[in-house]
Design a binder for this molecule. Structure first.
Ligand SMILES: [Zn+2]
Length: 423
């Protein structure tokens, strides 16, 4: 009971004679305000670099960081959106969680290409996300967007369009991503779930803001309009905090980004076609990195031309990508990977017009790719943590939900042990 309610109750008791209190129905005498357990809310602010907190426009996020824990978090390679969102909720790096890129192919589905719109469980079922673990343990979950949260993980697509999916597990409540649904609608959707009666109220929720990434891509990380987007999303975090307070709903907020953002320019593009003929390879992805297959019979020539260091990019056979990238064993990764230095792009065609903007997908250890991490709520002691890998978020989420530690994952909760308040 909040102190205002206590005063109101005392004033009411003083006004009423004892007999009047005795005459109240039993339900009124025993009615108590529900003491709510903390809900865990995982929030992604796509493309939010930790140094955006230094721009003086984030009162809400900065206050959460000051009274909770914060760190500069290392994404997993490739520092792209879908691989890293799936890493954060599965505790497995892209090489093991199956989402190795935003665009990918699989020999088992030769006529299909995975894109960020793909929700066929075939692509997603190498690892269970935290909401599936929770649902299987009887913990109700709800997702107001997160890559993969609309997928029936473990299910089977029975036919081509219109799809029929059988089996699999989704959150109890989920929403199909649509970028035009405003950030305020997203916040209010989360709050509306928490307004429910206890039996159907989620204990774990995700939400997702894409604005900072979208503006960062368009104008670059240093642009004032990116700073304005940072301020705007900070305001939405403020709306969420105010809404939680109005509901008397304690919450452990875990706020992450999937990757950072580097300044790019049409003046910094390296062309693979300066080294190999266009018809001698097939590009799967180009940009911050290029992934490709040599044409049949051209393998040796393409490798001779590309493998090794070049001005502004470096290429490896997938089996020879340096170990620190933890990338290359998944069959969905193309034969050759060429990685550009941050701020450069490597692709197969020259830019059509002059432009500047922002990009990511680079070496996950480069400072520009660092990602925001803030956690705040009754489970946390205030602390500034050293940088850690984003595979460590999943074990933390298990701790917050009271799930036993998982085995055979890529991360651990060791970095959080000194700052978690166990109840
Ligand atoms: Zn992203």
């Amino acid at each position: 009971m909040r102190w205002t309610s206590k005063i109101a109750a005392a004033a009411l008791a003083a006004l009423l004679p004892l007999c009047a209190i005795a005459a109240l129905p039993a339900s009124a005498q025993t009615a108590t305000v529900e003491k709510k357990a903390p809900v865990t809310i995982l929030i992604s602010i796509d493309g939010f670099r930790p140094d955006y907190l230094d721009r003086g426009v984030t009162p809400n996020l900065s206050a959460l960081a000051a009274k909770g824990i914060s760190a500069s978090m290392r994404p997993s390679f490739p520092s792209k959106t879908f691989p890293n969102h799936w890493t954060i909720v599965t505790g497995l790096r892209p090489d093991r969680n199956g989402i190795v890129a935003n665009k990918m192919e699989d020999a088992a589905r030769p006529k299909e290409v995975f894109t960020m719109a793909s929700d066929d469980p075939f692509w997603w079922s190498a690892a269970d996300p935290i909401w599936v673990d929770a649902e299987k343990a009887g913990i109700r979950t709800a997702t107001m967007f997160w890559p993969g949260s609309n997928v029936a993980v473990g299910g089977t697509r029975e036919q081509d369009w219109p799809y029929t999916i059988t089996g699999g597990t989704r959150p109890s409540d989920w929403a199909q991503f649509n970028q035009v649904i405003s950030d305020t609608q997203r916040v209010n959707g989360v709050l509306d779930w928490l307004r429910r009666s206890a039996g159907i109220r989620p204990k774990f929720i995700t939400t997702y803001f894409d604005l900072v990434d979208t503006i960062g891509h368009t104008y670059g990380p240093g642009d004032q309009r990116t700073t304005d987007a940072v301020a705007e999303v900070d305001g939405k975090i403020g709306e969420l905090i105010a809404g939680l307070a109005a509901l008397d709903q304690p919450a452990n907020l875990v706020i992450v980004a999937d990757h950072g953002m580097a300044q790019t320019s049409s003046e910094r593009v390296a062309l693979l076609t300066d080294y190999v003929a266009k018809e001698d390879f097939r590009l799967v992805e180009g940009g911050s990195y290029a992934s490709l297959y040599p044409a049949e019979g051209k393998e040796a020539a393409v490798e001779k031309a590309l493998l090794g260091k070049h001005p502004h990019f470096e290429c490896w056979r997938k089996s020879e990508i340096p170990a620190r990238f933890h990338y290359g064993s998944n069959p969905r990764i193309p034969a050759i990977l060429c990685l550009a230095e941050p701020g450069w792009e490597v692709t197969d065609r020259a830019p059509r017009r002059a432009s500047v903007g922002g990009g990511h997908g680079y070496d996950h250890e480069s400072p520009e790719m660092a990602a925001l991490f803030i956690a705040s709520g009754p489970a946390f002691r205030p602390a500034k943590l050293p940088p850690f890998d984003n595979v460590d978020v999943y074990p933390l989420l298990r701790d917050l939900l009271g799930l036993p530690a998982a085995t055979d994952k890529d991360g651990s909760d060791a970095v959080f042990r000194g700052v978690l308040i166990r109840r």
